[in-house]
Ligand binder design. Structure first.
Ligand SMILES: Nc1ncnc2c1ncn2[C@@H]1O[C@H](COP(=O)(O)OP(=O)(O)OP(=O)(O)O)[C@@H](O)[C@H]1O
Length: 297
């Protein structure tokens, strides 16, 4: 059983879910764990805290308490160490928690973090940075870039809906060129997925299982209003991956670039506005080192 827990907490993640965090910490304390809390003050802190915990030693697990962006940072900080990564999902969308089926009961989650098995997971790398869920450009890169953090904190998922509607009403995103070395596709929205779920419980890529090796790249034509509305409906129905006008690439390395005039095109990584085009994405399966070890049910 793990006893020494480093808890990296993002106080601005999520939407009124602090109660959940307290309950899980209490559940771990009841089982004899000693929890050291580190609160982030801005982007980059979670990754640095995780790296410091790994270098200092004396901790059995590093737990990310926040949303998918915080988990991404902690995972990147732990890469190369043998320390397991645990998750307390208190973010806005919490897609990783849905994907791996984390228990919703705080007591069960506390027990899992201390006693659950840590498994090496397949992931992806984008411009040498690890991601667990997806990399997106075009429609969702712009959407995440446009989200106002104050609105997100205040209105939670509604902030995404609002930003999405704005993208649909005022379309005109970049033309993207996506290549896996074999095929070259031009589209308006691309998502490279290591997970099935997307933006909550939507099933973006039903053929992907988080536990399995491999990335799936969906190239969606959506640029104009009608195309975007169609893509949202297909996403809501879980049909995007199988739609006839969506090109699906399964190669292990993907290059994404702007096909139009020079613009700065934002790229979302695990739901955070993190990079700009062009990007190189590669599959990082469990046979490669270093690894990320995640505590999963
Ligand atoms: N004290 C802070 N002030 C402002 N931003 C912070 C602070 N600490 C961390 N951040 C940044 O907050 C961003 C959002 O965090 P995170 O993704 O975990 O939450 P979320 O967006 O609410 O959840 P989700 O990704 O599940 O929708 C991250 O990019 C992180 O770097």
């Amino acid at each position: 059983m793990r006893r020494a827990v480093t808890l990296i907490y993002n106080p601005v993640a999520g939407w009124r879910r602090r109660r959940k965090l307290i309950e899980v910490v209490e559940a771990m304390n009841r089982r004899g764990a000693i929890v050291t809390l580190r609160e982030t003050g801005g982007p980059g802190d979670a990754e640095r805290f995780a790296r410091e915990a790994a270098e200092a030693g004396g901790t059995d697990i590093v737990v990310a308490a926040g949303g998918d962006g915080t988990i991404n940072e902690v995972a990147n900080g732990l890469v190369g160490s043998q320390l397991p990564l645990g998750v307390i999902p208190i973010g806005t969308a919490n897609v990783l928690a849905i994907e791996i089926g984390l228990p919703t009961s705080s007591d069960e989650l506390g027990a899992l973090l201390l006693e659950g098995r840590a498994r090496a997971i397949g992931a992806g790398r984008v411009n040498k940075r690890f991601f667990l869920l997806w990399v997106g450009a075009g429609f969702d890169g712009r959407l995440v870039h446009a989200i106002n953090p104050v609105m997100k904190r205040r209105f939670g998922k509604l902030a995404f809906v609002w930003a999405g509607l704005r993208q649909i009403v005022f379309p005109g995103g970049p033309r993207l060129r996506v290549s896996d070395g074999v095929r070259d596709v031009v589209c308006g929205w691309v998502v490279v997925a290591n997970a099935c779920h997307y933006a909550g419980k939507f099933r973006l890529a039903p053929s992907v299982r988080f536990e399995d090796v491999g990335l799936v790249t969906l190239c969606v034509p959506a640029r104009g209003r009608l195309g975007l509305v169609w893509a949202m409906i297909a996403l809501a129905l879980g049909r995007l991956e199988r739609a006839r006008n969506v090109d699906v690439l399964r190669g292990p390395s993907i290059h994404i670039a702007d096909d139009g005039p020079d613009e700065v095109d934002p790229v979302q990584v695990d739901g955070d506005d993190m990079l700009t085009l062009p990007v190189d994405v590669e599959c990082w399966d469990v046979s490669k080192a270093p690894q990320i070890r995640l505590v999963m049910p």
